[in-house]
Design a protein around this ligand. Structure first.
Ligand SMILES: Cc1cc2nc3c(=O)[nH]c(=O)nc-3n(C[C@H](O)[C@H](O)[C@H](O)COP(=O)(O)OP(=O)(O)OC[C@H]3O[C@@H](n4cnc5c(N)ncnc54)[C@H](O)[C@@H]3O)c2cc1C
Length: 448
């Protein structure tokens, strides 16, 4: 039990988050100023924080809920991803996304689908544009025979789980993407393709009827105050009964789960709006999403006007950055690689410019465990989403809200237990090991 938790560092984001930028500006909520009171204070307005706030309101009608974020909603981690809200096992450390066992994968699928239903209900309740929540499914693209074999082994695993999937051949992949790059694909129908910024902005707007959301309000500390807590930002404070930490890897900045979390940064680029002539040269369908059949490969996504423009987004490169900060230099280096990956897939679109390049954080643990549960009296955590933050973040947020409200469910049961994220080796070794591992896996997946 501590009396005070002080943030050693605050989030910094490199590169403009394209998903927000292409939707245009939205009215900002004011930063927190002065002293306010709350029953529950949620720190972080990403998938976990906004889901926690929604669940808190459902379980505690009339309770005062405050959400604080260091940045604008949609500009943080939740607006920097590729928007695949995946229902199936998605183990980034495996050869083909399959998890440790069929039993655990079955359980994860059921939970991921609960998260997707929860998100879908929010979309309906808050009238969020359905273009931002498109249940279109996704394809694991294979560019080589060895990744085609990975797709086949993942298909067998899905067969064992009784999950629908369909193999696409080279021609079918061309008809979907307009690219001759892929030799095959494995289509699975349960993924929802979200416009990440559109979705979280919509959640925040819908919640703002019942919840006080303060953007640009970084939490610098929280300390015990009577039976509750006092949460401090640069401009104000909240006297609160309970706290939910939904700030993903930055939970470690408060000294929690120290030496147990791996902070990986991913990079992404998005093209300029594609004009009519370019679209004719491109061909294919107006919306699709390809995850690489090797988890360390390149994600490519085509969006259309309903989602912010006719554009293609590419995601590749991974760096272990334990201080939770990327740099302009790293972004420029990643931008060149992404440009090359784009040219490999679309040699006929050499004149297309990348309008945006950005990076964002992932928080992983060695044993695929999130940081959840009551970590101090009245302080609950919904952090470390292990890659699949759209779904896992939604789940940890729901779990934290239920635990803070004294409720239990299949979701809280999954996150309750003695398991903690495994300890990492000492810092220099962890950095060396993780960097070598990422470089090696990245090289193996270089064509994917
Ligand atoms: C390029 C890229 C592609 C990705 N693609 C996918 C994908 O397709 N599908 C998928 O599921 N996941 C993907 N991810 C991962 C996903 O974005 C994250 O796992 C997810 O955002 C985590 O959700 P969260 O709510 O836990 O944390 P976040 O979304 O990171 O939200 C945490 C919030 O806490 C705030 N915060 C932190 N510290 C403080 C503080 N002291 N005070 C106040 N606020 C604070 C931050 O500003 C942030 O807004 C991708 C990530 C990247 C970088």
């Amino acid at each position: 039990m501590q009396t005070e938790y002080v943030a050693r560092r605050l989030p910094k984001f490199a590169g403009r988050a394209a998903w927000s930028a292409i939707l245009g500006a939205s009215p900002a909520t004011p930063p927190l100023q002065g002293d306010v009171t709350a029953d529950f204070t949620v720190i972080g307005a990403g998938f976990a924080g906004l889901s926690a706030a929604r669940r808190l309101v459902q379980l505690n009608p009339g309770a005062k809920v405050v959400v604080l974020d260091a940045t604008r909603v949609g500009d943080g981690g939740a607006g920097r991803n590729s928007g695949f809200m995946i229902d199936l096992p998605h183990n980034l450390a495996s050869e083909n996304y399959a998890g440790a066992s069929e039993g655990r994968d079955r359980k994860l699928i059921d939970l991921n689908r609960l998260a997707i239903s929860f998100a879908h209900e929010a979309v309906q309740d808050y009238g969020i544009d359905t273009n931002y929540f498109d249940p279109a499914g996704k394809i694991n693209g294979a560019a080589t025979q060895s990744s085609h074999a990975q797709n086949k082994s993942y298909g067998d695993h899905l067969q064992g789980l009784g999950e629908r999937h369909e193999m696409l051949d080279e021609q079918a992949m061309f008809e979907v993407t307009g690219s001759r790059y892929y030799v095959s694909g494995l289509y699975t129908p349960g993924t929802v393709m979200i416009q990440p910024a559109g979705y979280v902005r919509g959640l925040a707007l819908g919640l703002s009827r019942a919840v006080a959301i303060y953007e640009n309000s970084p939490v610098t500390a929280f300390c015990r105050q009577g039976a509750g807590w006092r949460v401090e930002t640069s401009g104000g404070s909240v006297s609160t009964g309970k706290i939910i930490l939904a700030n993903n890897g930055h939970i470690e900045s408060f000294g929690i789960a120290r030496g147990r979390l791996m902070h990986i940064f991913l990079f992404a680029s998005m093209t300029e709006e594609l004009g009519g002539d370019t679209l004719r040269r491109l061909g294919g369908q107006p919306r699709w999403g390809i995850t690489p059949s090797d988890p360390m490969g390149t994600t490519v996504r085509r969006i259309d006007t309903g989602q912010g423009g006719n554009r293609i987004a590419v995601r590749t490169c991974a760096e272990y950055l334990p201080h939770l900060e990327s740099t302009e230099y790293k972004m420029r280096r990643a931008a060149k690689i992404m440009r090359r990956k784009f040219a490999d897939r679309f040699p006929g679109l050499g004149d297309v410019r990348m309008e945006y390049t950005w990076s964002g954080p992932l928080c992983l643990s060695r044993n695929d465990v999130s940081v959840t549960g009551e970590i101090d009296n009245g302080v609950f955590a919904a952090c470390c989403q292990n890659g699949l933050g759209t779904t896992r973040g939604t789940l940890t947020g729901i779990a934290a809200a239920e635990q803070a409200s004294g409720e239990s469910s299949a979701i809280t049961a999954f996150f309750t237990g003695p398991k903690k994220p495994a300890r990492l080796p000492p810092a220099p070794l962890a950095k060396l090991g993780a960097t070598a591992y990422l470089n090696w896996k990245g090289w193996l997946a270089r064509h994917e």
